[in-house]
Ligand binder design. Structure first.
Ligand SMILES: Nc1ncnc2c1ncn2[C@@H]1O[C@H](COP(=O)(O)OP(=O)(O)O)[C@@H](O)[C@H]1O
Ligand SMILES: [Mg+2]
Length: 418
């Protein structure tokens, strides 16, 4: 659904790419999506130009700074692959999809996609707000290469899928963002695409519709179509994809097996990017305290035996601007700053609301691991994966046992053989 191709900015060398373990498409499968040395530069102004005049003045004085949203991306995706595209906010996911969809021109390199591409990109891309839903269906589907007769035949099914029959003759500018996405997705999946590109916009729909979309994506996957979709749900990538691409600051930092990539991503998202630390005091969600007890809400205790129950309670202080869904990642740190195990909230996070809240992590049986342990807490926005803050607590709890030497209690027998 191409809309506004940008004029290509002047050429500039891209920054060096990260080293990427490459995951070639399955042997024998023809390559349907290819990006070779793709870089995309935007000009970022410190201050937004507010008037046409200012924009001209700014162009004259060239106070803009080059900003590489994508650098040196090399990817080949084979027919039938289902690929998850992940990375923190601003890492370039939407830009990469737009470049592949032909909506943005790469500054460097080239892309090619064979077959019919249907895409559901960022909100609004591809729709004309002044037209009705009905006209937009015709416009979009014809841009994707369908004849009027074909669209006539599909129209009812598209409208049924979108669940928007009651609004189909309203101008699209009166649609909610969820309704936009429903119509966009309905068109995208009805045009019989060979390649489906989906941005994370699916997340704006309600849950029932999201499920329906995911079922459709799964059906496409089973039919052997090629799918590239952006999601913050790492579980979804693990469950549905053959492959994950991870972007960081416009570079491809991983291309390969979903379970490996999601692990890497969890590590990367768990730590604050060095160039944009949020001062702890300004964080909208602050872990203010940790406490150890046997039972949630019970008296504080710091000494435990292996096999006992332990509750680690993390107290949070949330401002009004805190994300609605908060994701906690708690590391139990052993001597020498070695993380011994970790505990996390469910992937969707918890919704503590503003004020103070306590998240209890209950360990029913402590492992046979002796020592004193400290706690690291990382907080992120569950909806976006964006890190919020991280805090290391000095409070320790101890696990002691009958044996004094060694860190780990291991069952064994001593036998004499001669
Ligand atoms: N049209 C644009 N002009 C200038 N900067 C842009 C433009 N589109 C995106 N960017 C910047 O490029 C970076 C990557 O954006 P995007 O691809 O939307 O990231 P993601 O989808 O991973 O959140 C961001 O820093 C964003 O601000
Ligand atoms: Mg995006």
């Amino acid at each position: 659904m191409p809309s506004q191709p940008l004029a290509p900015p002047p050429m500039q060398p891209a920054q060096p790419a990260a080293v990427v373990p490459s995951a070639p498409p399955a042997p024998g499968a023809p390559v349907v999506i290819r990006a070779a040395g793709v870089g995309k530069k935007f000009v970022a102004y410190h201050k937004r130009a507010t008037s046409l005049k200012e924009r001209f003045v700014r162009r004259d004085t060239t106070s803009g700074e080059d900003f590489w949203a994508l650098r040196d991306i090399d990817v080949e995706i084979g027919r039938g692959q289902t690929v998850g595209l992940a990375g923190a906010n601003g890492s370039g996911k939407s830009t990469l999809l737009k470049v592949l969809a032909g909506i943005l021109r790469p500054t460097h390199g080239s892309v090619s996609v064979s077959g019919r591409i249907a895409s559901l990109l960022e909100l609004g891309a591809g729709f004309n707000g002044e037209l009705s839903g009905r006209d937009n269906v015709y416009l979009n589907a014809s841009l994707l290469g369908l004849s009027k007769r074909e669209i006539d035949r599909l129209f009812d099914s598209i409208v049924d899928f979108s669940e928007l029959r009651h609004k189909i003759d309203d101008e699209v500018k009166h649609y909610s963002s969820g309704q936009y996405v429903r119509l966009g997705f309905a068109v995208a999946v009805h045009v019989d695409p060979d390649v489906l590109l989906v941005d994370e916009v699916l997340a704006v729909g309600d849950e029932a519709f999201q499920r329906k979309c995911l079922a459709k994506i799964a059906q496409f996957r089973d039919e052997g179509r090629t799918i590239l979709f952006v999601t913050h749900s790492l579980d979804l990538i693990e469950n549905m994809c053959d492959r994950i691409l991870v972007l960081e600051s416009g570079g491809l930092i991983f291309d390969g097996q979903p379970v490996v990539g999601t692990k890497l991503l969890r590590q990367r998202l768990g730590s604050l990017p060095a160039d944009s630390p949020i001062p702890f005091d300004l964080a909208p969600v602050k872990p203010t305290a940790v406490a150890f007890s046997r039972n949630p809400g019970g008296p504080t205790e710091v000494q435990y035996d292996p096999g006992e129950q332990l509750t680690v309670s993390v107290e949070l202080d949330l401002t009004d601007s805190a994300p609605q869904y908060v994701y906690l990642h708690v590391e139990i740190m052993g001597q020498g700053e070695i993380p011994i195990w970790m505990m996390e909230t469910p992937p969707g996070g918890v919704s503590p609301g503003p004020g103070t809240a306590v998240v209890d992590f209950v360990v029913p049986r402590l492992p046979e691991l002796l020592g004193a342990f400290a706690i690291n807490v990382r907080v992120s926005d569950a909806a976006t994966g964006q890190p919020v803050t991280v805090r290391r607590f000095e409070e320790l709890f101890g696990v002691s046992g009958p044996q004094v030497a060694g860190l780990l209690k291991v069952d064994y027998e001593a036998r004499l053989r001669r």
